[in-house]
Design a protein around this ligand. Structure first.
Ligand SMILES: C[S@@+](CC[C@H](N)C(=O)[O-])C[C@H]1O[C@@H](n2cnc3c(N)ncnc32)[C@H](O)[C@@H]1O
Length: 327
């Protein structure tokens, strides 16, 4: 069994907004697969801090947390840990044990959580292939969770259960492998607005954020996928670091300033239709020195240097560019 590391839990709780500075005492937070309490422990710490900050007794937290765990022994360990966290903070043992008992339930989250409404569902659900679950249980899961189609993994049902039990505005934060993006069951329940071309991920490309005040291309060496108002530029002939240097210069900016739209607040939109209008010379037209200087300027994010070389490449004087940009 893989249990979650502390820093990952901290990160997920932060992302979910489960913070001691908020009032999490009056919220209901669910840990659907508690294991030995990796998430639960930090949730209790934040909950107790929140409670203390509000000047309320810890007994007010009785209904603030629900942790499910199928395995008896793990659940018992999670209870022991929960009680210890409280006693370490000065809570009397009987109160600590009562709370730990109330918080950690031995049971099947997928069956027991159905009538509980939650503000947060946070954790690391189990990743188990349906073939590895006894057929009788698997078919009950399938009946209860329509997203469990084909060869879906158990965590899919955890997502469905979590999303169903969330109140309006509630937050689900799960650790999740990325394989769900490639599986067949994906078409029951997620759809992107733009078409996704998976092969693009591996290709080196320059990223340009849609809304920004200056043109700031960023190199992706073929590790991520551009989405959500992120445009990308690919080239078979350009060294992307050199091209990036040219684009980040004031000359690159000039093209977008000339065609693009400035929004309220002074931000420019770097949409595809404006980016396409940027004219660049053939890479062969650049001298070795210019190529190297642009690459270095790009890597150092040195705009003045990139601009100096770009002016040389475009054969524009600094004065002309300044006037053009002002205009
Ligand atoms: C990947 S571990 C995560 C444990 C813990 N949340 C963590 O992050 O360290 C998944 C846990 O889910 C439990 N589990 C499996 N199926 C479950 C179910 N249907 N309901 C509740 N817990 C379940 C397993 O026993 C295991 O302890």
């Amino acid at each position: 069994m893989v249990y979650t590391k502390r820093w990952v839990v901290e990160l997920l709780l932060d992302l979910a907004g489960y913070a001691s500075t908020a009032n999490v005492v009056d919220a209901v937070a669910v840990e659907p697969a508690a294991g030995e309490g990796a998430f639960l422990a930090l949730m209790i710490e934040r909950l107790a801090d929140s409670c203390e900050r509000l000047g309320r007794p810890i007994s007010d937290c009785r209904n603030s947390l629900i942790a499910y765990e199928l395995d008896d022994m793990s659940a018992e360990r999670a209870r022991t840990l929960a009680a210890k966290i409280l006693t370490d903070r000065g809570v009397k043992l009987p109160t600590a044990e009562t709370l730990a008992q109330a918080w950690v339930r031995t049971g099947d989250y997928l069956f027991d959580s159905m009538c509980v409404e939650a503000d947060f569902v946070i954790g690391n659900p189990p990743y188990v292939r349906l073939e590895d679950i006894p057929e009788e249980t698997a078919s009950l899961y399938r009946d209860a969770y329509p997203t469990m189609r084909g060869r879906a993994d158990l965590y899919v049902a955890f997502f469905e259960a979590a999303l169903r039990q969330l109140k309006d505005g509630g937050v689900c934060a799960f650790i999740c492998a990325d394989r769900w993006m490639r599986n067949q069951y994906v078409h029951a329940w997620y759809k992107t607005i733009d078409r996704v071309t998976h092969s693009l991920t591996e290709k080196p490309k320059l990223y340009i954020a849609d809304i920004k005040d200056t043109l700031e291309p960023v190199l992706d060496k073929g590790e991520t996928y551009p989405h959500h108002n992120l445009y990308y530029i690919q080239s078979d002939i350009w060294d992307l670091e050199v091209l990036g240097g040219l684009l980040m210069s004031a000359a690159g900016q000039f093209f977008v300033e000339s065609y693009g739209v400035r929004m309220r607040g002074g931000y420019l939109r770097f949409q595809a239709q404006y980016l396409r209008r940027i004219r660049v010379p053939s890479p062969d037209a650049l001298s070795k020195a210019q190529t190297q200087a642009l690459r270095e300027a790009f890597n150092a994010r040195d705009k003045p240097r990139a601009t100096q070389v770009a002016l040389d490449v475009y054969k524009i004087s600094p004065h002309e560019l300044e006037r053009a940009l002002e205009y």
